[in-house]
Design a protein around this ligand. Structure first.
Ligand code: FES
Ligand code: FES
Length: 180
């Protein structure tokens, strides 16, 4: 006797992303990162692994930075999401984005949105991090191109811009023995 297969029922979700309210019907298994990229077209949030290790998918959910590949879209129902597209305000880069620009904090750029989001979250809770604190905060973000030094400098540049100060890139360069 043939078995009858039925498609999973869709579930209604509604969330605010970068200040805009979106409502959709999605499969219960849909990951938040795929909802952002495929349903909303916000492709700045990247997927670079399937093991929840790379951090390319980091976004804010209700003020916390999270890996959007580890969460279902339905779990974000009713939430407030900010993606990399939501950081710039009125055409002006966020200081962390500007820092990555000034200090050449990107190479291929695949990891960059997640790096920026995690760095932004760090500076929200600690506007004057040490180099060690920056490296610790970014240990959930992997750059395959290697060369974390410019990423650290970018965060230090941003810290200086937002008033926290931070150690200068030059000082960090001189004191650092860790280049990746
Ligand atoms: S895509 Fe989310 S951690 Fe790699
Ligand atoms: S810039 Fe290429 S993975 Fe980081």
């Amino acid at each position: 006797m043939a078995e009858t297969l039925t498609a999973p029922a869709k579930v209604a979700v509604r969330m605010t992303v970068n200040g805009t309210v979106y409502a959709a019907e999605v499969e219960p298994r849909l990951l938040l990162v795929h909802f952002l990229r495929d349903n909303l077209g916000l492709t700045g949030t990247h997927v670079a692994c399937d093991t929840s290790q790379c951090g390319s998918c980091v976004v804010y959910l209700n003020g916390d930075s999270i890996k959007s590949c580890t969460l279902l879209a339905v779990q974000a129902d009713g939430g407030q999401v900010t993606t990399i597209e939501g950081l710039a305000k009125e055409g002006t880069y966020d200081p962390v984005q500007q820092g990555f620009w000034e200090e050449h904090g990107l190479q291929c750029g695949y990891c960059t949105p997640g790096m920026i989001m995690s760095s932004h979250a760090l500076l929200q809770r600690n506007p004057n991090p040490t180099e060690a604190e920056i490296r610790h905060a970014l240990d959930g973000n992997l750059c395959r191109c290697t060369g974390y030094q410019n990423i650290v400098r970018a965060v230090q540049h941003a810290a200086g811009q937002i008033g926290g100060g931070g150690s200068t890139p030059q000082a960090a360069s001189a004191s650092s023995s860790q280049n990746a």
